[in-house]
Design a protein around this ligand. Structure first.
Ligand SMILES: NC(=O)c1ccc[n+]([C@@H]2O[C@H](COP(=O)([O-])OP(=O)(O)OC[C@H]3O[C@@H](n4cnc5c(N)ncnc54)[C@H](OP(=O)(O)O)[C@@H]3O)[C@@H](O)[C@H]2O)c1
Length: 231
């Protein structure tokens, strides 16, 4: 990834705390999107000052199409898109509101679509690109009371595979990772720490993501890579 222009969405979140430092350490020219300054400040505390100072931050709502288009225009070249934005929700289907259902698809699928759409248009012109999206184990093993989450993540995987099919014969690839449970502060707060040793560390998942985003993974396309740790 040395010298590559990387757009990383959600790089200030729980998984971002593992991915962002690794991408910087690989020598990328990195832009990280964020929504809340507190998350940027938190990341700053977790990183070496030198590495942190190499990151360009962009305040962006990934559901604002014209803002997404503008940012990608302004960045210039994009070699790599790593789209981490997404989130979890639970609820029995018979009781789930249509409003929340749509919110889950906004957060997981529609942000992915917009980030991919505008990055891919650039990559097609450049003749080079790496796209990495984040599904979930639930995308291929849907569970009870998780319909909106699992369906929206399954759609992220399908979108990614479609892009991989569309870009066959180009130097562009698209792949997704399917994490089980990531060892983030939010998960520790929600579920306690008893099982935390079995969860996937953000730094470990970051290694898989960075491989998919690298030159070396040029022949890997349309994969949905399970990254389950010991869960
Ligand atoms: N944590 C897990 O156990 C787990 C398991 C499987 C899959 N995943 C997936 O892994 C990815 C990262 O998860 P995480 O635990 O790091 O989640 P996280 O800590 O909530 O990080 C997600 C990031 O996305 C940002 N974001 C949300 N909506 C946005 C929008 N409309 N525009 C721009 N940014 C937005 C959040 O910003 P704000 O804080 O401002 O909302 C946050 O920085 C997600 O796709 C998640 O579904 C996570």
């Amino acid at each position: 990834m040395n010298g590559k222009k990387v757009l990383l969405t959600g790089g200030t979140g729980g998984l971002g705390a593992g991915v962002t430092p690794l991408v910087v350490s690989r020598g990328a020219d990195l832009t990280v999107t964020y929504r809340h300054q507190e998350e940027v400040d938190r990341l700053k505390q977790q990183m070496a000052a030198d590495d942190f100072s190499k990151i360009q931050f962009a305040n962006l709502d990934l559901l604002n199409e014209s803002a997404v288009q503008q940012l990608i225009e302004d960045i210039g070249r994009i070699d790599v898109l790593i789209h981490l934005v997404g989130g979890f929700a639970m609820g029995a289907t018979a009781e789930y509101s249509y409003e929340n259902w749509k919110k889950d698809f906004d957060l997981n699928l529609h942000t992915t679509f917009l980030a991919c759409k505008y990055s891919l248009a650039k990559m097609l012109k450049q003749g080079y690109g790496r796209i990495v999206t984040v599904g979930s184990r639930g995308a291929i093993e849907p569970g009870a009371k998780l319909a909106a989450y699992c369906a929206s993540k399954a759609a992220v995987v399908a979108l990614t595979k479609s892009i991989a099919a569309e870009t066959q014969g180009t130097n562009i690839t698209a792949n997704s990772v399917l994490p089980s449970v990531i060892d983030t502060p939010a998960n520790r707060e929600a579920m306690g720490t008893e099982q935390a040793q079995q969860w996937v560390k953000p730094e470990s998942l970051a290694e898989v993501i960075c491989f998919l985003a690298s030159d070396a993974a040029k022949d890997l396309r349309g994969a949905a890579v399970p990254v389950y740790g010991d869960v």
